[in-house]
Every structure is written in structure tokens, then in C-alpha cells.
Design a protein around this ligand. Structure first.
Ligand SMILES: Cc1cc2nc3c(=O)[nH]c(=O)nc-3n(C[C@H](O)[C@H](O)[C@H](O)COP(=O)(O)OP(=O)(O)OC[C@H]3O[C@@H](n4cnc5c(N)ncnc54)[C@H](O)[C@@H]3O)c2cc1C
Length: 495
């Protein structure tokens, strides 16, 4: 049965992915849709990550929608508050507010084989939808490691993506667990106010200089008055990153040159040979995400900042114990330990045509067709699904490619007429993933000698796209009906 509340499309999530989908639907003339968001505001990543120093690490003129250019980005790598404001502006400018339902966490979504629609449960009541677009984000649900003794720690504990702004770090002994993209922005931003900072490092990252600067008033004016200057800037940023892909994907050996730049960058700031040794990675640059910072190494070289190698093993009262036995006293522990990437929580909540959840279907690893659709999940599309992540460029490019695929999906459904659904053929999903894994074999992510969050528990890379963004754009320009089965409503079933 259709709920009283039936829509043609239900989008889950209001980050770049969900808002982008909403804009595309409106531009197609579709107004019968909702965006279901669990939080009380739009913005996704850029609403949740408010830690000190939070900013993008892909230049803003590329890390933004092509259809919603912002000539007024204040810096080459703009801060969280500016990116969040941009997403609020997109929401207003494209008339998305009436479609957005906040505080509407999708608790479950189940495909109804009889009615050919999705039945969705939210705390604000159920609804049904012909199609679900899941844009719940790959870096959305924080992951806390299971550290023995953590529950007995008497001080403050929080994750970087859930920063506690009421907690005053001034004069405190703080432990930062992890040395990833968030930690590298936080440590230099807080080290001046804390009494002592201990950084627990399991694996050192490769760090390159960050070409960040204020974008002058004149440049901003120029980009407003002469839009082709902004477009040219974006094009240049995009081209540089496309040219890097060959080294990551086919010729990782070429990245040795980049390692030299990173080594020099560290040497300039870290004079202590022992610390330098501890901070030097033993894997090929690019295998884990390359980080950009000018103040990470200078911060680590300060006398009140300690780097403990080996990672955090256990906590005894207020004493933190590293796996090499080193101990540190702390008043607060900040976990920069990443997100549920290869075990995305929405997969537990979505049940397809076989009555099984996506997580059950993916027990041997995530797999989708063109990063977007999954076998036995009719009229279900993921924005930023498996193997759509990038090591060096803007995720917005991938999202916009998937919006093309979504538009063609809906157009093809329309053309079929009557009540129908599209579900990818299992062999099409298999072929796509076989090809991806084949291409993955030579990449730096698989051969670079590191373990990273790009790999799942079995060591398969189900997160990164092994190619250029242009290649992905081509692969998702249209939906090939040959890769799909058409499911039709039974004759006599109620319309
Ligand atoms: C700190 C940080 C910095 C980053 N910097 C960059 C960068 O510089 N360049 C780059 O390309 N990428 C960057 N990324 C990756 C970034 O996540 C993507 O670029 C992009 O923001 C993803 O958008 P999204 O809409 O797919 O997901 P998100 O922005 O994560 O949005 C997902 C939304 O879905 C909602 N949601 C989840 N589950 C449910 C549910 N069950 N029901 C209802 N709502 C739900 C969430 O509340 C959230 O609002 C960064 C990520 C982080 C964490």
C-alpha cells in the first residue's frame, strides 16, 4: 500500500550529494521529491566537522558545484564555515527548502515487490517512494576504536567530527589519537592553547606544502565581473589533478619525485633526527591520502608536543599507554580515527527485493554498478557509492557525474511507461567490479605498501576510483539499459 505520504523520489542526506541531487531533480522539472536529513540542518560533512582549523584540502574553486559557482571564495582552501554557508546558499538559491525534512533519520527502507516502491520509516512517520537516492556520505559516521579502558577514562573524550565546543582546552593535557586529514588540521590549531599535547601516531602520513592564500578582493571582483576567469581557474585546477592520475593508477614509481618534496618539507621544520625518523613514512606516497599542511611539522617540533609512535593500546585511569609501552597523562582524548567507510551504516537499514539488507549482500565487500546501483535493489541509487572516492581531486566532480546518471535513470524509467523499476543485472555488477579490481592491481593504493581506510577487511579496495574524473564522467553519462532488468507491476495490481 502506498502511504498517504508518497513521493516520486526520496533523497537521503543533505550534504553536497543530497543537495546536488535535489537541484538536479528540480532542474528536470521534478518537484515531487523530499530530502530526508537526520540532523537539524543541511550541510553534511561541513555541518558536522567544526573542529579548529577545519577546511577543504582541494581548492574551493574546484571543490564546489559547477552549476553554482562562487566567485567570492575567500581563500584557496576555504574554511568549514564558508563551505557550510555556501551549502546553505545553494539550498536557498535553488528553492530546495520546501523539499527538505530535517530531523528525519531514515531508520529503514524496504523494497515492496508487489507495489514496486520503497517503504521508508522515519521518526516523523512512514512514507513511500518510487525511487530512493542514498546520499548518506562515505565520511559521515565517526569511528571510535575499541580501546581497553576507554570507558573508565575520567576526562573528556570526543571525535574530531563531533567537536565539543563547550570544553575549554586551555591549559589541559590533550591526547590526539590519529594523524589523518583532520588531526593534521587540528594539532597546529590547538597546540598554542594546551599545556601539553601528545600525538598518538600509528602510521606517519606523507605531508606536502599547502599552497593556501587569501584570494584578494580584486581577484574576487574579477571572477564576478568576468566569469570566464573563474571558469579558467577551475579548469586549470582540474587539469593539474587529472594529469596526476596516471602516476597513482599506473606508474606509482613516478611518485618518488613527490616523496623528495615531502622529505624536504619535513627537514625544513624538524631538526631532531629521532623525531624525523619517527615521522618518515615507510610506504609509497599516495598509498594513504596525501596531506597538505605548512604548520603540522613545526607544531610537532615544539617542546610541549610529543609524538608517540605505535598507536594507543589501552587506557588506565588517566594514563594512556601506547603499543610500544610509552605512557602519557591526559585530561582529554580527541579521536581522529576516521569514519565507517567500508561498512557504511545505511547498508544495514536498506532491504532490497530479496528481503536481505545491502550489508548482508555486501558481506564479502561492497560492490555496485558504476558506483551507483546494486543488484536486487531496484530503483535505488547511491551517490558516492563503492569505488567513487578520489585520492587527489574534488569529490564534487564525482557527485555531478552521478547526477547525470540519476537524470538518465529517471528519464529511462519515464520512457518505459506504466509502473516499472530498473534493477542492475548481477553479471553487469560483476563485470564492472572485476574490471575495477583488475585496474586496481597496479595502483599505488594496492601496491604502495600501506594499510589504509581505502581497503576493506579482506584487503580489497572498494572505495577509490582507479581513473580520471573525466573517465568516470564518461562511464556515467547515460544508463545502459542492457545492464538492467526491467521489473513491471503484476497485472491487476493497484496503480
Ligand atoms: C573533514 C573533512 C574534510 C573533507 N575535505 C574534502 C575536500 O577537501 N575535498 C573533497 O573532495 N572531499 C573532502 N571530504 C569528503 C567529503 O565528505 C565529500 O567531499 C562530500 O562532502 C560528501 O558529501 P555527501 O553528501 O556524499 O556526504 P555528507 O556530506 O557526509 O552528507 C551525508 C548526509 O547524510 C545524512 N545522513 C546519514 N545517514 C542518514 C540517515 N540514515 N537518514 C537521514 N540522513 C542521514 C548525514 O547527516 C549528512 O547530512 C572531506 C571530508 C571530511 C570529513
Amino acid at each position: 500500500m502506498r502511504a498517504d505520504d508518497h513521493v516520486r523520489v526520496a533523497v537521503i542526506g543533505s550534504g553536497f550529494g543530497g543537495l546536488g541531487a535535489a537541484v538536479r531533480l528540480r532542474r528536470m522539472g521534478i518537484t515531487d521529491f523530499v530530502v530526508l536529513e537526520r540532523a537539524d540542518a543541511v550541510g553534511g560533512t561541513w555541518r558536522d566537522n567544526t573542529y579548529p582549523g577545519c577546511a577543504c584540502d582541494v581548492p574551493s574553486h574546484l571543490y564546489s558545484f559547477s552549476f553554482a559557482p562562487n566567485p567570492r571564495w575567500p581563500r584557496s582552501f576555504s574554511g568549514q564555515e564558508h563551505i557550510r554557508a555556501y551549502l546553505e546558499w545553494v539550498t536557498d538559491t535553488f528553492g530546495l527548502r520546501p523539499h527538505i525534512r530535517l530531523n528525519s533519520e531514515v531508520e529503514s527502507a524496504r523494497w515492496d515487490n508487489e507495489e514496486l516502491h520503497w517503504v521508508i520509516d522515519t521518526p516523523r512517520g512512514p512514507l513511500t517512494a518510487d525511487m530512493v537516492v542514498s546520499a548518506t556520505g562515505a565520511l559521515s559516521d565517526p569511528k571510535l576504536p575499541d580501546i581497553p579502558g576507554l570507558s573508565g577514562f575520567p576526562g573528556k573524550v570526543f571525535h574530531t567530527a563531533r567537536w565539543d565546543h563547550d570544553y575549554d582546552l586551555r591549559g589541559k593535557r590533550v591526547a590526539m589519537v590519529g594523524t589523518g586529514a583532520s588531526a593534521i588540521q587540528i594539532v597546529p590549531s590547538i597546540e598554542r592553547e594546551v599545556d601539553r599535547l601528545t600525538v598518538f601516531q600509528r602510521t606517519p602520513p606523507w605531508v606536502l606544502p599547502r599552497a593556501d592564500r587569501r584570494i584578494s578582493g580584486f581577484e574576487q571582483w574579477l571572477h564576478s565581473a568576468l566569469p570566464f576567469t573563474r571558469a579558467a581557474r577551475r579548469r586549470l585546477l582540474w587539469t593539474i589533478r587529472e594529469l596526476q592520475v596516471g602516476a597513482f593508477v599506473r606508474h606509482p614509481g613516478q611518485l618518488r619525485v613527490v616523496e623528495k618534496i615531502a622529505e624536504r618539507h619535513m627537514k625544513r621544520a624538524v631538526k631532531d633526527p629521532q623525531l624525523r625518523a619517527a615521522l618518515t613514512p615507510d610506504y609509497r606516497i599516495g598509498c594513504k591520502r596525501i596531506l597538505l599542511s605548512n604548520d603540522w611539522y613545526p607544531a610537532l617540533a615544539k617542546p610541549h608536543v610529543d609524538v608517540v609512535t605505535g598507536g594507543l593500546r589501552e587506557i588506565r585511569g588517566s594514563t594512556l599507554v601506547a603499543s610500544d609501552g610509552t605512557t602519557a597523562e591526559a585530561d582529554a582524548v580527541i579521536f581522529g580515527t576516521g569514519f565507517h567507510v567500508t561498512d557504511m551504516p545505511i547498508a544495514d537499514r536498506v532491504k532490497g527485493a530479496n528481503g536481505t539488507t545491502l550489508a548482508e549482500e555486501w558481506q564479502h565487500g561492497m560492490a555496485a554498478l558504476r558506483g551507483s546501483t546494486a543488484a536486487a535493489f531496484p530503483n535505488f541509487m547511491m551517490i558516492i557509492g563503492p569505488n567513487t572516492g578520489l585520492g587527489n581531486s574534488s569529490m564534487i566532480l564525482m557527485i555531478e557525474s552521478q547526477l547525470n546518471y540519476l537524470a538518465d535513470y529517471l528519464a529511462k524509467l519515464d520512457a518505459l511507461g506504466g509502473r516499472a523499476a530498473l534493477t542492475p543485472r548481477p553479471e553487469a555488477v560483476e563485470n564492472w567490479n572485476r574490471d575495477i579490481q583488475e585496474r586496481m592491481r597496479r595502483t599505488v593504493w594496492n601496491t604502495g605498501g600501506c594499510t589504509s581506510w581505502y581497503l576493506d577487511a579482506s584487503g580489497r579496495n572498494t572505495t577509490v576510483w582507479p581513473g580520471t574524473t573525466a573517465a568516470f564522467r564518461k562511464e556515467t553519462r547515460t544508463l545502459d539499459l542492457g545492464e538492467y532488468d526491467v521489473v513491471r507491476a503484476r497485472e491487476g495490481a493497484p496503480a
